[in-house]
Design a protein around this ligand. Structure first.
Ligand SMILES: O=c1ccn([C@@H]2O[C@H](COP(=O)(O)OP(=O)(O)O[C@H]3O[C@H](CO)[C@@H](O)[C@H](O)[C@H]3O)[C@@H](O)[C@H]2O)c(=O)[nH]1
Ligand SMILES: [Mn+2]
Length: 452
């Protein structure tokens, strides 16, 4: 039964973060939430992406980082660094709902979490870095214009001790740590992926109960590259290592099966040397093909662990292998010498449709008890895994992916602004801006676009 006056709320201030919001929204839908889904967007989010968001979310609500209300103007004039933070605080203005659960766009639900609505404001899980503070990536709140005004006033008077919304909210709800234990959400509702290696025995013990994963920190799943044929992720350009490949791979599974098919208007802008760039709004999905012949692809052996021991973690490692039952085995082991390659790989078996289950019980369908978990001596966990509501494989994009794409990545689409009159005159006079607009790669981009 749907509950119309309660909602999960997220925020995306640009088209890249929208990719995260779409995966989050789709994961909530896949696990049969009975609550509404709302996404706050700012003016930078493109029209096309808003249309796609509206296919996953019940409400796409534009908020402004510089709202017209006097108090906000005043606050931002005095504390300009709080701009992004203020955007998140605007979730309190959603008074059409009696209660909401805010979730960062870099979170992912692993099962139905509607029971969060049994909690009251302000319920949140401890932050892994400083557990007397709560992490503001997942929290239960009651929309109220009065609370919103108090929050803004607090921001003007006290600021945020970390410069972001987390410091501000912890300052405002400062009795969270001591007053009411029911407002402490269990850590499994906001599992910071860094905990997989900072406290691996706890992850081994409790990890299979995880309900919400949070890709906290500078390295997000959309910074990785993904091979849809072997279902492996590779670190892409980011200096920090991804130790949480199981969840990053799951993120990409949802992205390719449920989000990419929604981006049906993907405009192809270039196809050079086996690399296609599909542009949609402010994002480009880059597809590389190494084996263009479908016959070639079909004859490939099953996914191999190209580099199973390559996690460059100083203390321990998590490696994943596929089991015969279609489950994902997770094993945590001691460090071994790091190979020279910076690439990291993980295998995920084919996802199987979950058995029919009521929304409230789908955690059990996904995290069924496994005997290997009860053996403390064993270093191996079975991670039952399924994507309960995959989009049919026959969709166009998936057909393309399955046939020949060996690497998918997401990047911000570059804006190529038109030339101004002044620039055109200089160009005609032979005064080129070789280091800027007239750099070779920009000219090549213009040509590619013109020639397509
Ligand atoms: O350019 C941006 C940056 C952030 N966000 C939104 O704001 C959230 C928080 O940013 P994120 O990059 O997820 O921050 P974290 O790495 O999670 O860092 C921590 O610090 C942030 C700032 O205090 C808090 O908002 C987070 O909840 C907390 O986990 C995102 O998920 C988005 O919903 C945007 O829409 N656009
Ligand atoms: Mn976050």
């Amino acid at each position: 039964m749907s509950v119309t006056d309660q909602a999960f709320v997220t925020l995306a201030s640009n088209d890249i973060y929208c990719q995260g919001a779409l995966v989050l929204g789709q994961s909530l839908r896949n696990h049969g939430t009975s609550r509404k889904l709302a996404v706050l967007v700012t003016e930078q989010v493109s029209h096309g992406i808003r249309t796609v968001l509206s296919r996953v979310f019940d409400e796409v609500i534009e908020v402004s980082s510089l709202d017209s209300a006097d108090l906000e103007h005043l606050a931002l004039m005095r504390r300009p660094e709080l701009g992004v933070t203020f955007t998140k605080l605007q979730c309190w203005t959603l008074t059409q709902y009696s209660k909401c659960v805010f979730m960062d766009a870099d979170t992912l639900v692993l099962c139905n979490v509607d029971e969060l609505f049994d909690r009251d404001e302000l319920s949140a899980a401890p932050d892994s870095g400083w557990p007397d503070c709560f992490n503001s990536g997942v929290f239960v709140f009651r929309p109220s214009m009065e609370t919103y005004a108090h929050l803004l006033q607090f921001a003007v008077e006290h600021g945020s001790f970390d410069g972001g919304d987390q410091g501000l909210l912890n300052g405002f709800f400062s009795d969270w740590a001591t007053t009411d234990i029911s407002k402490h959400l269990p850590f499994i509702y906001n599992l910071s992926i860094s905990s997989l290696y900072t406290y691996s025995p706890a992850f081994r013990q409790f990890g299979t109960d995880s309900k919400v994963v949070h890709f906290l920190g500078s390295s997000k799943p959309w910074h990785c590259k993904y091979n849809p044929q072997t279902r492996t992720v590779t670190e892409g350009g980011s200096p920090s290592g991804h130790q949480h490949l199981i969840f990053t791979t799951l993120w990409w599974e949802i992205y390719t099966s449920s989000v990419l098919p929604l981006l049906t208007g993907l405009e192809e802008i270039a196809d050079t040397e086996g690399q296609e760039k599909h542009r949609f709004g402010g994002v480009e999905v880059v597809m590389k093909r190494k084996n263009p012949s479908p016959a070639n692809v079909q004859s490939q052996p099953p996914a191999q662990h190209a580099n199973p021991d390559c996690l460059d973690n100083p203390t321990n490692k998590i490696q994943s292998t596929s089991s015969e039952a279609g489950n994902l085995e997770v094993s945590v082991c001691e460090p071994e010498p790091v190979p020279p390659s910076s690439a990291t790989y993980v295998d995920i078996p084919a996802s199987e449709p979950a058995p029919p289950s009521s929304p409230q019980s789908d955690c059990e369908a996904i995290f069924s008890p496994d005997s290997s978990l009860s053996e403390p001596a064993s270093d191996t966990q079975t991670w039952p895994y399924s994507n309960p509501d995959p989009v049919p494989q026959k969709s166009l994009e998936l057909g393309i992916l399955a046939a020949s794409v060996t690497e998918l990545s997401i990047q911000a689409a570059e804006e190529i602004e038109p030339r101004t009159e002044e620039e055109r005159r200089k160009w005609e006079e032979g005064q080129m801006d070789y280091m800027g607009k007239d750099a070779f790669e920009n000219i090549k981009k213009r040509l590619d676009r013109f020639l397509q």
